[in-house]
Design a protein around this ligand. Structure first.
Ligand code: NBP
Length: 476
């Protein structure tokens, strides 16, 4: 046992908190642990006390007293009201310079509010996004801490020690002030939604148009996992697809097809709407989950029209075409997610290093993938990229995939297989590339009914046509 006080504390010992505390202890940090219901703290010490140097605390006061100063306390309780309750109680017990670290899935606006409130009391508040689920918390998550730079001097070395490592680099970096860490974690989750939806669409196409069994598609994903698509999500997709029930039925065929969500994808889309960033891939993924859950409505429409009948028509190109469509759509989804981080960073003055975000997502988290190395290289080469799509590597990749991407979308639409992710990604790409967009007509319509004015391409200024008068144009 290390003599003296604990280096860091964790309060909230459900799955995430207890695994994070064990991770800290296994890395040699003396860790104080507390849970509102002390039984969980006692159970942790009983079952895992041998893994490291733990100090059990029955109350938050005991927890505070057990710590070295400046104190560092990680809160791992249910996001929302419970987090506020713990912060309130803690802030009355701590001293200026102490650090309160929220490792839960907080909304970044709550984190900004909490950071400002604790700053008034001289406390440093760190909103840290932690990704990787229970496995990551125990064995190495991706950690996205925000908050004052001063706090990172203390918590950074600890987090970098327990985070996942890729090529010797920790998947943790100081993201930026106040809510930056939780914002980036939110967008990470949004991208995760988009990636999962695209993978699910690829599976559906191979199943319904390709006529392949889940076991065969599992093989396809396993192969894809050794190429450009190599990622945790592709890897686990192959595992899920090959899993069978006791009677040999593929599990994926007996799981109810109504996807659930905890809310971070929805938050991402809501914030994207506020920031005015078109994250269509994430939006489609959130709506696709929501649509799948409207089982009564789906039945009513199926009953009215008859279920869509897709006749499998496999051809030699389908598998590789779908792979390329998946890759190109994925590039679009990530490009949109990074656009959103860049926009928020400008908006809130966070100065987020986009390449560093790609770096810390390479390991530990759900979207971990080789692909993120490419994104890091793209931003390393040019931190001011207008879009990931214009980076040389991604431009070539998307151009090479384009013909296959279009063939897949055409086949999906003709066959009646819904692929909102693939279709909207292609539409986004086509819209960005169009010399002229019908937005010009929208401006004309807006001016007609609301005198909202329009700008012209041939001279500066704002103009209005007197639609209900002689239709002459006036400068606004
Ligand atoms: P939960 O989100 O299920 O929360 C349970 C914990 O919150 C228990 O320790 C519980 O104490 C405590 N708690 C509650 Br509920 N209300 C409280 C209150 N008013 N005061 C004090 N403590 C209270 O735990 P989790 O799944 O381990 O997640 C912890 C955090 O990590 C959440 O914010 C979650 O969103 C985030 N997260 C989870 C994952 C994941 O994969 N599960 C991944 C990434 C982030 P009790 O034992 O006394 O009821």
């Amino acid at each position: 046992m290390t003599e003296g006080k604990a280096r860091i504390a964790v309060t909230g010992l459900a799955t995430m908190g207890s695994n994070l505390a064990r991770n800290l202890a296994r890395h040699g940090f003396k860790v104080a642990v507390h849970n509102r219901t002390p039984a969980k703290m006692k159970a942790l010490l009983e079952e895992h006390g041998h893994e490291g140097d733990f100090v059990g605390a029955e109350t938050l006061q005991d927890l505070v007293d057990s710590l070295q100063t400046p104190r560092q306390i990680i809160i791992m309780v249910k996001a929302g009201g419970p987090t506020d309750a713990v912060i309130d109680e803690l802030s009355g017990l701590l001293e200026p310079g102490d650090m309160v670290i929220d490792g839960g899935n907080a909304h970044y606006a709550d984190t900004r509010r909490r950071e400002a409130a604790l700053k008034e009391k001289g406390l440093l508040f760190v909103g840290a996004g932690i990704s990787g689920g229970e496995e990551g918390a125990l064995n190495g998550p991706s950690i996205m801490p925000g908050g004052p730079a001063e706090s990172y001097k203390h918590v950074g070395p600890v987090f970098e020690e327990i985070a996942a490592k890729v090529d010797g680099q920790p998947c943790c970096v100081h993201v930026g002030p106040d809510g930056a860490g939780h914002f980036v974690k939110m967008v990470h989750n949004g991208i995760e939604y988009a990636d999962m939806q695209l993978i699910a669409e690829a599976y559906d196409l191979l199943s319904r148009i390709g006529g392949q069994t889940p076991a065969e598609i599992s093989e396809v994903f396993t192969q894809w996992n050794s190429g450009d698509l190599e990622s945790y999500l592709v890897e686990i997709t192959a595992e899920v697809l090959k899993h069978v029930d006791a009677d040999g039925t593929p599990l994926v065929q007996v799981i109810e097809d109504a996807a659930e969500q905890k809310g971070t994808g929805r938050w991402t889309v809501q914030e994207a709407l506020e920031l005015g960033v078109p994250v269509t891939g994430i939006g489609e993924a959130v709506f696709a989950r929501s649509l799948s859950g409207h089982t009564d409505q789906r039945k009513a429409v199926r009953d009215a029209f008859g279920a869509s009948e897709v006749v499998a028509k496999p051809d030699a190109e389908l598998v590789d075409d779908v792979r390329q469509a998946l890759y190109a759509s994925k590039v679009v989804a990530y490009a949109q997610g990074f656009d959103m981080i860049r926009e928020a960073s400008k908006n809130f003055d966070w100065n987020i290093d986009l390449g560093a975000m790609a770096t810390i997502w390479r390991g530990g988290c759900i979207i971990r993938a080789q692909f993120l190395n490419r994104i890091r290289e793209a931003y390393d080469a040019n931190a001011d990229l207008a879009s990931l799509l214009v980076d040389n590597y991604f431009r070539d990749a998307v151009q090479n995939a384009e013909a296959a991407w279009r063939r897949v979308v055409v086949r999906a639409v003709e066959s009646g297989v819904p692929t909102p992710g693939f279709v909207s990604a292609l539409a986004y790409y086509d819209a960005l590339r169009s010399e002229r967009l019908p937005a010009a007509l929208v401006q004309g319509q807006r001016d007609f009914f609301g005198a909202h004015t329009y700008r012209r391409i041939d001279r500066p200024g704002s103009f209005h046509t007197l639609w209900s008068g002689d239709r002459s144009e006036v400068e606004a």
